[in-house]
Design a binder for this molecule. Structure first.
Ligand SMILES: C[S@@+](CC[C@H](N)C(=O)[O-])C[C@H]1O[C@@H](n2cnc3c(N)ncnc32)[C@H](O)[C@@H]1O
Length: 365
């Protein structure tokens, strides 16, 4: 990226701190939660653990406690070493660095629940849009193979909303068809993350499947903030005066000025009173600017906008940390989905609606 003034690119500030403990050590209620009767979960494409933290529960975000859910991560898999290290630091040792495109899923642990935010680059509106023809677009097949081999009761897939539109719905239809062929009823929910209290503009598609021999379906979660979203300053205003590591990762940001080329994506300034811009994994230094300060958002501010608790430590350089943060499912959204799954699995709340109308509506575009 060139600077406006023609000077050489300025290096981002890097946090030099060495982190020997992260979220799990700093939160006894998370670490010591009794999960002996919890539903076992296998987590694929786990990243740094945003979705898994939401599933597990037992964390604070902006003074609100998100309680412990009855789930236990049996095993987690990702092929990115940064993700594996961050997961171990903050969530647990259950994660293994594994390439899920070549793994023999028969060798993986069985579990009641399979979750996986399969890579979205090939389904994203800002990527090559190669969909199922792309190498990464095929990775959902690891989840399909796991369903065939281990028959979990339910599964949860996560991706970007453009997946629904891509090629007039052909790709989502194929993915859902493949999951159905494994013997599952499948629905998807398009969730607007601000509805759940996220101060960031972000939508995600959640694909839910229930094994055919199990009656009913989980109820689509509803957020409390549908008509009353929480603007960006709700998440990060208290950090304005913090310029050091008294809040971890708050001194870490890109100091680059606005780019003069490239259409300006990522060079916008956030606006007080509005939702924050979407935190992207591939920002390459061009994360949006603060609404009040003359700088880009810090790593911690981005983590806040994704609803990570402040004790969740990102131990790498600015861009490596932002990749993990931008890839994540916001924990508070994961928590709402987890509640729905947990109620369903305990037989408390069951949606008997037909699966098809919502899907058809999109696919007939
Ligand atoms: C969208 S992110 C998932 C983020 C995660 N759900 C969270 O909430 O933090 C997709 C993840 O898939 C991983 N991935 C991509 N290709 C993979 C492969 N072949 N095998 C295993 N993991 C892979 C990436 O490293 C990335 O962490």
């Amino acid at each position: 990226m060139r600077r406006k003034d023609g000077q050489k690119k300025v290096q981002g500030i890097r946090s030099k701190a060495v982190f020997d403990c992260g979220f799990r050590e700093l939160n006894p209620s998370f670490k010591n939660a009794d999960r002996s009767n919890a539903h076992s979960v296998v987590s694929m494409f786990s990243g740094c653990g945003g979705l898994d933290l939401g599933l597990l529960g037992g964390f604070n975000y902006k003074g609100t406690y998100f309680d412990v859910n009855p789930f236990r991560i049996e095993a987690a898999y990702d092929n990115l070493n940064d993700a594996v290290q961050a997961y171990k630091l903050n969530i647990g040792d259950e994660i293994l660095e594994t390439d899920l495109s070549t793994v023999d899923t028969k060798q993986l642990n069985p579990a009641s629940v399979l979750v996986g935010g399969f890579p979205c680059q090939d389904f994203s509106s800002s990527g090559p849009k190669s969909g199922l023809n792309g190498k990464r677009g095929q990775l959902y097949l690891a989840m399909r193979d796991y369903l065939l081999d281990h028959r979990p009761k339910v599964f949860l897939g996560e991706n970007v909303p453009y997946l629904l539109k891509l090629d007039k719905g052909r790709h989502i239809k194929k993915i859902i068809g493949d999951f159905e062929q494994c013997g599952y009823k499948v629905k998807f929910w398009e969730l607007n993350c601000p509805d759940f209290g996220l101060s960031q503009s972000r939508k995600r598609v959640i694909i839910i499947g229930v094994r055919n021999d199990i009656a009913g379906f989980p109820v689509r979660p509803r957020g409390d903030y549908e008509k009353n979203f929480l603007p960006i300053e709700y998440a990060i205003d208290d950090l304005i005066e913090v310029t050091d590591e008294t809040v971890v990762n708050q001194s870490q940001y890109f100091v680059a000025t606005k780019a003069t080329s490239g259409g300006g994506q990522g060079d916008h300034s956030n606006v007080r009173g509005n939702l924050g811009y979407c935190i992207r994994a591939n920002s390459r230094g061009r994360i949006q600017f603060h609404y009040q300060l003359d700088r880009r958002l810090t790593v911690r501010e981005c983590a806040r906008l994704q609803s990570f608790p402040d004790e969740f430590v990102f131990p790498f350089s600015t861009q490596r940390n932002l990749t993990l943060i931008g890839n994540a499912v916001p924990p508070i959204v994961g928590h709402a989905i987890a509640k729905s799954l947990a109620r369903f699995l305990s037989g408390e709340q069951i949606d008997h609606d037909s699966v098809m109308p919502v899907i058809q509506e999109v696919l007939e575009v």
